[in-house]
Design a protein around this ligand. Structure first.
Ligand SMILES: NC(=O)c1ccc[n+]([C@@H]2O[C@H](COP(=O)([O-])OP(=O)(O)OC[C@H]3O[C@@H](n4cnc5c(N)ncnc54)[C@H](O)[C@@H]3O)[C@@H](O)[C@H]2O)c1
Length: 385
């Protein structure tokens, strides 16, 4: 069958990792071009890729050049997430299918643009959020579909991911990332905060990996949010413009309460398998939770059996090796699989534009709520606008 021609915009760590560890194994796609506006980034990646796989992928320094010189069916966008929507909409307006990386949007206006462009063009759009494909999430979802939770009344999750080497700044002229927490870079005229550095002001923006799996189990959409955070100056790195932790309290259209938190600038103990992610779901008839640390196991509680430990896994143990070995515990395979399937077979991908903005808008308004001292804000219903 004819292969889908894909170009990549933004060849940072995420794109390079996905392409080389996972997407290269997909028989239905063919890479045509890599584009990155940082000096040398796309050329170096294309040359490394071509040498390793005997291909002839071309490299570009700007989206405009990419569009002018290349013809392709689909664009994978993994550049700075706060600017992905403009490129996604422009590409879809040219008839190109698009998959973007998380978070789907940074403003409510971007959410609306994404939705209206997908509706207008009919192009396939998918968010590459992968944690919803973890096998224990699938098992919890199936329990919910079978009614085994009774009524789900509470869902909770966290993503607390400290790295001592986060690239908090970027060199303005070259676009190269500066891996440092030193606030001296704020006053360096040659540097500016990177998208990560900017996101840490309100880390609650980075909610897709928490909301996407939880909403896939509870159903419904978040309708209200209120959020609090610590002071906007790090405790671990004094002077870094970052809230070390933010927690949002949310309510969804199925009468479920959500408590979700994020933080990236202070260290916390890892969880077994999921490292920085943790989840629990409470129903009227059972509760499930992932391991809270590396010293315990995932657990389920029912009135009949009390607490029992479970060997739920991240990867689907029956999947092919190349799927189980894809990144993030075998989950990175599924977004490209479903994106290609949607294009080839004219299907709506599972993480479609509505589900994507329904993970972004609550986070955007959570950040606004935190800036306003925790006021409760209503989330627009993009399906009805
Ligand atoms: N799903 C996941 O588990 C996961 C993991 C890591 C990152 N991500 C997401 O992937 C995306 C990229 O993350 P990353 O870690 O690779 O970040 P990064 O900052 O390392 O890479 C972004 C790249 O985009 C390039 N870029 C920026 N603006 C551009 C433009 N206008 N045109 C072309 N290139 C441009 C930058 O030069 C950089 O090389 C983000 O949305 C991030 O949230 C997702």
């Amino acid at each position: 069958m004819k292969k889908i021609k894909i170009a990549c915009l933004g060849t940072g760590g995420r794109c390079r990792g996905l392409v080389q560890s996972t997407y290269i194994h997909h028989p239905g796609i063919e890479f045509t071009a890599f584009c990155d506006n940082a000096e040398g980034a796309a050329v170096n990646f294309a040359s490394e890729f071509n040498k390793a796989y005997g291909k002839s992928v071309r490299a570009y320094l700007s989206y405009e050049e990419l569009i002018k010189h290349e013809s392709f069916d689909a664009l994978f966008i993994a550049c700075d997430p706060d600017i992905q929507v403009d490129y996604a909409c422009d590409a879809m307006n040219r008839g190109i299918h698009v998959m973007t990386e998380v978070p789907a949007a940074y403003t409510i206006e971007q959410c609306r643009n994404l939705v209206s462009t997908v509706r207008k063009t009919g192009c396939k759009y998918q968010l590459a959020e992968q944690t919803r494909y973890w096998d224990f999430i699938r098992q919890w979802r199936e329990m919910a579909e079978r009614g085994e939770f009774g009524k789900i009344i509470y869902a909770e999750g966290e993503y607390l991911h400290y790295e001592p080497v986060w690239d908090n700044f970027v060199h303005i002229k070259t676009g190269h990332r500066v891996h440092s927490y030193d606030p001296k870079y704020y006053s360096d005229p040659a540097s500016k905060p990177s998208w990560r550095g900017n996101t840490w002001k309100n880390p609650i923006y980075y909610l897709p990996h928490t909301l996407s799996p939880l909403l896939s189990i509870t159903g419904g959409r978040i309708t209200k949010v209120s959020c609090l955070g610590t002071r906007p100056s790090g405790y671990v790195s004094e002077g870094l413009v970052a809230r070390d932790i933010q927690t949002a309290l949310m309510y969804n259209s199925n009468d479920t309460i959500f408590s979700v938190r994020t933080g990236f600038t202070s260290p916390h103990g890892p969880k077994a398998g999921t490292y920085a992610h943790w989840y629990q779901v409470k129903g009227t008839e059972r509760s499930v939770e992932w391991a809270r640390s590396t010293a315990d196991k995932p657990k389920m509680w029912t009135p009949a059996e009390g607490w029992t430990e479970h060997d739920w896994t991240l990867e689907n143990t029956e999947a092919e090796d190349y799927i189980r070995q894809s990144g993030h515990g075998g989950s990175d395979w599924y977004p490209i699989h479903y994106f290609v399937d949607a294009i080839k077979n004219d299907k709506t991908p599972p993480m479609d534009v509505y589900k994507s903005v329904e993970t972004a808008a609550p986070a955007i308004l959570a950040a606004e709520s935190a800036d306003k001292g925790g006021v409760m804000l209503e989330i627009p219903d993009f399906r009805c606008e």
